[in-house]
Design a protein around this ligand. Structure first.
Ligand code: P6P
Length: 338
């Protein structure tokens, strides 16, 4: 193996030294997640060849059509986390209630979206897995709702797997963000994007422009601002929107920009879920030097969750762009959306 290659497992173990009291359990849990990611990747890569495309004909708690690969991915990550011996509970987008794992002494809980963007599976657009890891805070061996309703600031790790032109795992344990690309020839994630930082020079905004008419007035005015001709501020910005949060966020992380999923009339609290989409992504973005809020000056990571599947408007990416859109939202907050 190339001596320059740093594998994910080597990296995790090397970084463990950053935490003098680390027991190695978090390292082991991250390795278990990466194994499940490789298994899911194998099925994602051949989804067009086996009977795993398409919908199951059922809907999940979000009232979204459940894709066959959603269920496969959910089962794989639940299985990996259950056998790890380190996780005592899982909150998944695919499950109405949290899953309690009877592992006396297990000290972590995980929130996850096992296959985000799954509506794109059948058209071969990049999809992803999003995860957050928290310490168990409740008393006793079994996890309780209290363990899952922790603020995002309490995350001990968060990350995503992007099943795209290559498969990557990007995560942080609070000491910066690092990206690993799966080398299929050796079946190993290798360090490819060390110490990711969001570029300061950002020229892209990412939003479902089709919802424009439903956005709050301040968001509409900000989008118009993005489209104005002003060379000194790199405007007009480019619009990039894939419709898979992991893919859109990953592009912003590497190329800069602002990702927005604002509230709309149809979704007054926004569409994206706090526990397993916005919090992990906000953690990653802040660790990469960016900013993540609900558009009204509230840091995503400081929002107090009250239910497993609650939603929040989300604006995350380059610090100055989040501040800009917030200034427009504040300026027009008294103007009703028209
Ligand atoms: P819309 C995918 O369904 C998802 O949950 C995110 O991955 C993505 O950012 C968003 O919804 C896309 O939603 O309404 O623009 O199709």
């Amino acid at each position: 193996m190339n001596s320059k290659l740093i594998t994910l497992n080597d990296f995790i173990l090397n970084r463990q030294k950053d935490f003098p009291y680390a027991s190695g359990e978090l390292s082991s849990l991250l390795s278990d997640i990466s194994l499940a990611a490789k298994i899911v990747n194998r099925e994602v890569n051949k989804a067009g060849l086996v009977d795993i495309l398409g919908a199951t004909g059922n809907s999940n708690v979000q009232n979204e059509e459940v894709q066959k690969l959603d269920i496969y991915a959910n089962n794989e990550f639940i299985s990996a986390l259950s056998v790890s011996g380190l996780c005592c509970g899982i909150a998944s987008e695919e499950n109405d209630e949290f899953i309690s794992i009877n592992k006396p002494g297990a000290t972590y809980i995980v929130t996850m979206d096992p296959l985000d963007g799954s509506s794109n599976i059948d058209v071969n657009v990049s999809i992803g897995t999003i995860f957050s890891i928290y310490r168990k805070v409740s008393i006793g061996d079994s996890c309780t709702m209290e363990d899952f309703l922790q603020k995002g600031t309490e995350q001990v790790a968060a990350g995503y797997v992007l099943y795209g032109s290559s498969t990557m795992m990007v995560y942080s344990t609070g000491n910066g963000v690092n990206g690993f690309t799966l080398d299929p020839s050796i079946g190993t994630f290798c360090l490819s994007h060390p110490d990711i930082k969001i570029p300061k020079e950002s020229k892209t905004y990412s939003v479902n422009q089709g919802n424009f008419i439903k956005f709050p007035e301040g968001v509409k005015q900000y989008i118009k601002y993005c489209q104005e001709n002003d060379k000194p501020t790199n405007r007009p910005y480019g619009l990039r929107y894939i419709g898979s949060m992991v893919a859109d966020l990953h592009r912003n992380l590497l190329k800069g920009g602002l990702f927005m999923y604002p509230s709309t009339e149809a979704a007054p609290k926004g569409k994206l879920r706090l526990l397993y989409e916005c919090n992990p992504m906000a953690y990653i973005v802040e660790q990469a030097g960016g900013k993540a809020t609900d558009g009204n000056g509230n840091r995503i990571l400081e929002l107090q969750p009250t239910e497993l599947h609650q939603r929040t408007p989300v604006f995350l990416g380059a610090d100055f762009m989040v501040k800009d859109v917030e200034s427009f939202i504040k300026k027009y907050s008294s103007v009703e959306a028209v």
